[in-house]
Design a binder for this molecule. Structure first.
Ligand code: PMP
Length: 470
């Protein structure tokens, strides 16, 4: 796709005859003032930052004019490409009407229409929508709401949460506490509430010849035991349905979710489904929970909700939960949580435009072809001497590099094999951002079959290069 011509205009909007900023100049300016997320800033001495001038479809273009396919949807948020004309048009219209108004005591049409649409799309039984403004804050909302529900209904001893090992739910303190990836959590452990942790049904560890479904089923009794033992003090179990994304894209079978739903009902514990990353078609269905035919008590959505345009999140819940808070002011039962930008009008409008694209373009069905193309283009990866597994769930495909193919011994993290793949991919016009030793594709849904092939070729060469010394 061709990117449109851009005039010589600096970011401040002032034309500057004859002077383009280039990558190097912008990087210098950046490093003088910015502190980047998920970064050891010293790394930028070796791996230069890439300032992006513009985007179009799957493409990002830097200030030197080099282009990259955004194979990871800019941290899994982008669904229909950068600078999508339909989302742009909706936002331009919304800008002329209303950019934002507080959502306490006031409302606006985009927030109302979006809540209606989400309730309609979500698993049956979720009838209330509470907005926040990013994935982590959606998790905070769900945790607080669950706890507060039990408190309002007289179960004051319920204060704890059950989580899976290898899970990730964000990095604010509550969300970090219910996550389990040591890299993000260990440093801050003294600041975090304690949780009960159950071994993940992560199918990477199934026996050879064992199906994912069998393994997921085999692991479930650990969860059942935890629930049985602690249900009186537990508010909720929180899971990432089907794919533990930040936990190296590890996957499990829907049967685990069905068993979990039944057990949560049996032991009177809520189920929180964190679909911040896997929602909106990533796993092949609009929401991952539908593959197990379950309705969680809380469904957390963010990332793709606005098509990757603006920060917005939503927590959907049941009328049963809602009603436990609905009372006279003086009973002090109201839910206490607010962010200044809750339900921002521009973000809601971007989300509505995103849902329109889903509805008009038959996206979920078309994605099946793309998913199949991703599968076929990486079939040969399984034969690579340093690939331990290629796994896929819908539009998420992950390739796990290992030191020893037989024992699946991982490469030491200090070797930073993934970083070699990252650098190789960038040189070759692809943005891949491996999670440790795991190279993955989670592209925008506007990617073409040729572009998928290009991702596969670049990933293959990158893995070759990253493992060439052994
Ligand atoms: N939950 C999951 C499953 C996620 O993958 C993430 C982000 N990667 C979050 C929560 C947190 O979302 P945010 O980064 O918007 O705070």
């Amino acid at each position: 796709m061709e990117l449109p011509h851009i005039d010589l205009i600096t970011f401040s909007g002032q034309p500057q005859a004859g002077h383009y900023m280039n990558n190097h100049e912008l990087m210098q300016d950046d490093l003088a003032v910015l502190w980047h997320p998920c970064s050891q800033m010293k790394d930028y001495e070796q791996s230069p930052l890439i300032p992006i001038r513009r985007g179009s479809g799957v493409w990002l273009e830097d200030y030197d004019g080099k282009r990259y396919i955004d194979a990871i949807s800019s941290w899994w948020v982008n669904l229909f490409g950068h600078a999508n004309p339909r989302i742009n048009a909706a936002l331009v219209e919304q800008l002329g009407l209303l950019e934002h108004v507080l959502l306490a005591g006031f409302s606006h049409e985009p927030a109302i229409r979006l809540a209606e649409r989400l309730v309609e799309l979500a698993p049956k039984g979720l009838s209330r929508c509470f907005y926040a403004d990013n994935g982590s804050s959606a998790i905070e909302v769900a945790l607080k709401m669950s706890y507060h529900y039990w408190r309002n209904t007289g179960y004051t001893q319920k204060t704890r949460f059950i989580t899976l090992t290898n899970s990730y739910h964000g990095e604010t303190l509550g969300a970090l506490a219910v996550g389990n990836v040591p890299l993000y959590k260990e440093t801050y452990a003294p600041l975090l509430m304690e949780t009960l942790s159950v071994t993940s049904p992560d199918c990477f560890y199934r026996e050879s010849g064992e199906s994912c479904a069998d393994y997921s089923r085999r692991l479930f009794p650990l969860m059942e035991q935890m629930l049985e033992q602690h249900c009186e003090t537990v508010c909720a179990v929180i899971v990432e349905p089907l794919v533990q994304c930040a936990g190296s894209m590890r996957m499990y079978d829907p049967v685990y979710l069905s068993l979990l739903r039944a057990a949560c009902d049996k032991y009177q514990v809520h189920l929180i489904a964190d679909e911040v990353a896997v929602g909106f078609g990533r796993t092949g269905t609009m929401f991952a929970c539908s593959q197990a035919n379950i309705t969680p008590d809380f469904l957390c959505l963010a990332k793709g909700l606005t098509g990757g345009y603006l920060p917005l999140s939503a927590v959907l819940t049941t009328s049963r939960v809602y009603e436990a808070f609905y009372d006279d002011y003086s009973t002090l039962r109201a839910f206490l949580h607010s962010h200044s930008y809750t339900g921002n009008a521009l973000a809601c409008r971007a989300a509505l435009a995103t849902l329109d694209i889903f509805a008009q373009d038959n996206v979920i069905a078309n994605n099946r072809n793309l998913a199949e193309c991703m599968r076929k283009s990486t079939l040969h990866f399984s034969d690579h001497p340093h690939v331990g597994e290629v796994r896929q769930c819908g539009m998420i495909l992950a390739i796990e590099m290992v030191k020893d193919k037989k024992t699946r011994e991982p490469f030491a993290w200090q070797e930073r094999r993934g970083l070699h793949v990252y650098r190789h991919a960038l040189e070759n016009g692809v943005l891949l951002r491996p999670l440790g030793n795991v190279v993955y594709f989670m592209p925008p849904y506007v990617i073409t079959e040729e572009q998928i092939q290009q991702l596969a070729d670049v990933a293959w060469q990158g893995i070759q290069r990253a493992t060439a010394d052994i």
